[in-house]
Design a protein around this ligand. Structure first.
Ligand code: DP6
Length: 338
């Protein structure tokens, strides 16, 4: 029996309207729909080799053997692939993040999107993009969106097969091309204090603001997608910043509070407001960490980068264009040992 060794690449995505909370933990179905932009500068490349000689799954992350809990999460995910493909053998997974900061595969949308593609192909399955998105979701909700490029809409779904992402249909020509996301890394990429998975569960369970968040998201999605359909960057940017602040407000109101921001986070938010008041297109968004991503244009991206790079506590500032879908980089047959 021989299995191909497959390498896949996927880009990270940044949510423009956030996913924050689940309706089904076992199936990892989101409580609400969400909307994202895939980014070409932040990628994960993952190689999967199923190998009959392995007694357990192995995971090498950015050149180092992964922690036990990361291997266990990968094993649970590979179990889904094994049962669908009927391949009952363990795999060696080698994954490398090309990010301005190290951020483990466990929290990485690009990580599970690349793993879903590489593992299914290595197990002999060729899934349609929608089925791949559903599978990637089981690893990490945001990973379902990284299967696709550009603007992506994720459906909450009430059953496993309804929880998938797909590209936003109505995008005016050249709108995506003019966009950039400036990623400002705060605090040197220290590991985050609360993983998004636990933090969203804790927010849903204890925050008096969580109900308001659930009510807000459908309205914000409609506003954001109407802005995209019109190619109205200002309307989109305002909505993106407001939605991120609302997500963080719901987390900050959890008991005990979840506060991801560091002083530099607030410094960047003030800088972004200053850029806007001087007429520059710049709107901020933050996820489950202190880093800030700024939605802007290709024309203004360097100016935004220069305005942020000297802020105290900012350790790297990267400009990213919109990215494409997850792809196979290499798939070669190997000769089996048996
Ligand atoms: C704040 O996709 O990491 O980045 O499904 O539990 O793995 P799990 O959560 P994850 O959560 C992402 C949260 C967010 C917002 C977003 O990307 O939509």
């Amino acid at each position: 029996m021989s299995q191909p060794v497959v390498t896949a690449r996927a880009c990270a995505n940044i949510a423009l309207v956030k996913y924050w909370g689940k309706r089904d933990t076992a199936l990892n179905l989101a409580a609400t729909d969400s909307l994202s932009l895939t980014l070409d500068a932040l990628t994960t490349e993952t190689t999967v080799a199923f190998d009959e000689t392995l007694a357990t799954d192995e995971l090498v992350l950015d050149g180092h053997p992964a922690k036990q809990e990361e291997v266990e999460r990968i094993t649970r995910f590979l179990d889904l692939v094994r049962s669908e493909a009927g391949v009952p053998i363990h795999a060696k997974v080698t994954s490398r993040n090309d990010f301005p900061t190290a951020s483990g595969l466990a929290s990485s949308a690009s990580g599970f999107a690349a793993l879903a593609l590489a593992a299914t192909r290595a197990a002999g399955l060729t899934l349609e993009p929608r089925a791949l998105s559903i599978l990637a979701r089981r690893g990490s909700g945001s990973a379902a969106r990284s299967v696709f490029g550009g603007f992506v809409h994720m459906h909450t779904g009430s059953r496993n097969e309804d929880g998938y992402a797909e590209p936003v249909a109505a995008v005016p020509p050249n709108f995506l091309e003019q966009l950039r996301m400036v990623v400002a890394v705060v605090g040197g990429g220290v590991p985050k204090t609360h993983g998004s998975r636990d933090a969203m569960d804790h927010t849903a369970a204890t925050s008096p603001m969580y109900r308001a968040w659930l009510d807000l998201v459908p309205k914000d999605l409609a506003t954001a997608e109407a802005a995209i359909a019109k190619g109205d960057l200002e309307a989109l940017g305002e909505l993106v910043e407001a939605n991120a602040l609302a997500m963080h407000a719901s987390a900050m109101a959890a008991r005990p509070a979840i506060v991801y921001w560091l002083p530099a986070t607030l410094g960047i938010l003030a800088e972004v407001r200053g850029l806007r008041s001087s007429g520059q297109p710049a709107w901020a968004t933050m996820d489950a960490g202190p880093h800030v991503k700024i939605l802007t244009t290709a024309a203004a991206a360097e100016l935004v980068q220069n305005a942020l790079v000297d802020n105290a506590g900012v350790t790297a500032v990267t400009i990213s264009a919109p990215g494409g879908p997850a792809t196979i980089v290499d798939a070669s047959k190997v000769v089996s040992l048996t």
